[in-house]
Design a binder for this molecule. Structure first.
Ligand code: HEM
Length: 348
């Protein structure tokens, strides 16, 4: 995580050093997409990172094609017709599966002395270990492992990237908060790469990230289907009813969050998430209950590391080219025209 971030920041620093005004304009939306894809690929695939990332790139293309096809009028059986899009989807699905099988076969065939599990100390290795353990009754089959890897990429890549994008946007438009956070980071971490202990002390950074998640929740809508007849408040809901929970709307509800619900105020999280609003479950960015995000600690750790490392090295402000036009695309709350930010190295 820190290594991927460091190499991105070194490239920013080199560009800023080479510029006459020692400033570098960065389109952070694009940069963070690349960074979070690198981080999740390293975490899931470790040493097989480059093959893993290739699969993830194909997976992303597939995701876009599938979402586009959801938006078409649904004609029964049409997904079996060999249209150009369907042929591309089938081809990508085949390629992704074959590539995964190649990585898995390679792992199962290797014998690495440094590796106590035998299959690799990354997410894929842990799943393969679970799949091959002899005494385990509930083994995972290969298709389940492949599906889990895909889920982790889809669930963990763009969401974290969007958290970082909007956090940078908010810090570049609230310069006093940027300065407060930099003081905290330099006090707790100095110029060292943040570690588990120092990250735990970054209270203001955490508050700003939670406020970014509240105002620009990457997942803007949750969908559920009632498993049985149920009464919510004074509404009776029949079994199989489809429910939509508009996070983006509830996160700005003044009755729940107070009169400043539309404003950036990280201090509302001073006493934790449960006490930030009138209702303890008002914060829904990671969902709640048994299907809540299992990667939330990972995402917060990653976002804290990246923001802390940026603050250690750069001061930044929003470029005049920025146009504020967040759009709820089929998957995520996107900045429609990107987020260009002007960075200035603190240590020239
Ligand atoms: C800021 C970053 C993130 C946000 C805002 C986020 C948000 C969410 C939300 C709202 C859900 C529930 C979806 C639903 O119930 O319909 C979810 C589920 C999930 N998330 Fe995240 N997520 C983030 C990062 C991650 C990361 C980094 C990973 C993996 C490393 C991850 C893995 C998952 C998985 C596997 C699920 C499905 C859990 C289940 O259905 O049991 N997420 N996430």
């Amino acid at each position: 995580m820190a290594e991927c971030t460091r190499s991105m920041l070194e490239a920013w620093q080199d560009d800023a050093d080479a510029a006459a005004d020692h400033a570098k304009e960065v389109e952070v939306a694009r940069e963070f997409q690349e960074l979070t894809a690198n981080v999740i690929s390293h975490t899931a695939f470790g040493s097989s990172y480059s093959e893993g990332k290739e699969v993830f790139v194909a997976q992303k293309e597939l995701q876009i094609l599938v979402i586009e096809s959801f938006l078409n009028v649904n004609i029964p059986g049409f997904r079996y017709v060999p249209t150009r899009r369907n042929l591309r989807i089938w081809n990508l699905e085949r390629r992704i599966r074959n590539k995964f099988m190649g990585i898995i076969r390679d792992r199962l065939g290797r014998n690495d002395d440094d590796d106590h599990l035998g299959c690799g100390n990354d997410l894929l290795g842990l799943m393969l270990e679970a799949a091959t353990r002899k005494q385990d009754e509930q083994k995972m089959c290969m298709d389940e492992i492949i599906d889990e890897c895909k889920t982790f990429f889809i669930a963990g890549h763009e969401t974290t990237s969007h958290l970082l994008i909007w956090a940078m946007f908010l810090l570049s438009t609230n310069l006093q908060w940027q300065e407060k956070l930099r003081e905290e980071v330099l006090r707790e971490c100095g110029m060292e790469i943040p570690n588990a202990d120092t990250l735990a002390n970054l209270k203001l950074v955490t508050m700003v990230l939670l406020e970014a998640l509240r105002i620009y929740s990457p997942v803007a809508l949750l969908r559920r289907k009632a498993a049985k007849d149920v009464t919510l408040g004074n509404i009776n809901i029949k079994k199989n009813t489809l429910l939509m929970m508009p996070i983006a709307v509830t996160h700005r509800n003044k009755e729940v969050w107070g009169d400043d619900a539309n404003e950036f105020n990280p201090l509302r999280f001073e006493n934790g998430i449960l006490k930030a609003a009138a209702h303890p479950s008002a914060f829904l960015s990671f969902s709640i209950g048994p299907r809540a995000c299992i990667g939330q600690n990972f995402a917060m750790l990653e976002a804290k590391t990246v923001i802390a490392m940026i603050l250690q090295r750069f001061s930044f402000s929003l470029s005049h080219k920025y146009k504020h036009a967040p759009i709820d695309s089929a998957t995520m709350l996107q900045p429609q025209f990107g987020v260009p930010i002007v960075l200035r190295p603190i240590h020239l």
